[in-house]
Write a protein that binds this ligand. Sequence first.
Ligand code: RIB
Length: 338
Amino acid sequence: MASTSVRDVALRAGVSVGTVSNVLNRPGKVSPSTIERVHAAIEALGFVRNDAARQLRAGRSHSIGMVVLDVSNPFFTDVARGAEDRAADEHLTVLLGNSDENADRENAYLDLFEEQRVHGVLISPVGDETVRLERLLRRGIPTVLVDRQTDDDRFSSVAVDDVAGGYLAVRHLLDTGRRRIVFVGGPESLAQVTDRLAGARTAVGETSDATLDVIETDALTVLQGRMAGERIRDLEPSDRPDAVFAANDLLAMGVLQALSMLGAVHVPEEIALIGYDDIDFASAAIVPLSSIRQPSALIGHTAVDLLVREAASPDGFVHEHVVFQPELVVRASTARRP
Ligand code: RIB
């Protein structure tokens, strides 16, 4: 059945469309008897003002709101795909928003999801949003933190141990004989970056003749990786590192592009390179990229599973903090020196 329009309500109530709009938006301008006639027509026709009102009438939305840091990063689209697969089991849909690592954009999506009274929220947070997420909770909207470790018992969370992942990456570089390592990643406001760097420092600290320098980037993108790679390429060969650990695969792809430009630097012979996430492009790169694999689809699937269980029994729900272990995937970009 086609949805009822404002015009249908106006005809039924014997008033103009403008009067119906006044009843809905500026009732102070309309006589009580007219308000009563219009509301009787709305009720009789089942008119719903907009999607949010329909969902309010239904009591709860059939959508899950999801905010990720960078929708152009295949890691997050893989997470979203896993979330969608689990949501479909519950006949729920996923509304995907991109914060672009920007707190204002993230808040705009959280406001929208609150207005829509979504079934729940999945968020890979830019910073510490617990005060804002607490407000959602008070509105009966549960939230699961994705790709963020926490011990906050108000929210469930699903993540990978990024400290262990950073350790694995640099331990592997050291085991292949590299000693002058550069970490490329940023901003350091992101927990994923600082955790991976912390693991890298631990691995280097175990090897007396190893060094670790940091090139902080403004974002975790191919462009930022290219800029970091150009800085490394432009160093005197004797001043260059012999290995790069990039905080994610997009950065690593950018570093690889810059180093390989015009055959300037040979990967891995002169500089080994390892990324993080193991997105599909990693294995297809011009020099297949070693990486630290995250079970991205499983992260999304697990997050929705936690969310639907909490939404079904909110009172006394015991929140869980799921932490997956990262996996080293070795490819050509870190092969031992000949
Ligand atoms: O966008 C931030 C990064 O953190 C992603 O590449 C992925 O590694 C996530 O864990």
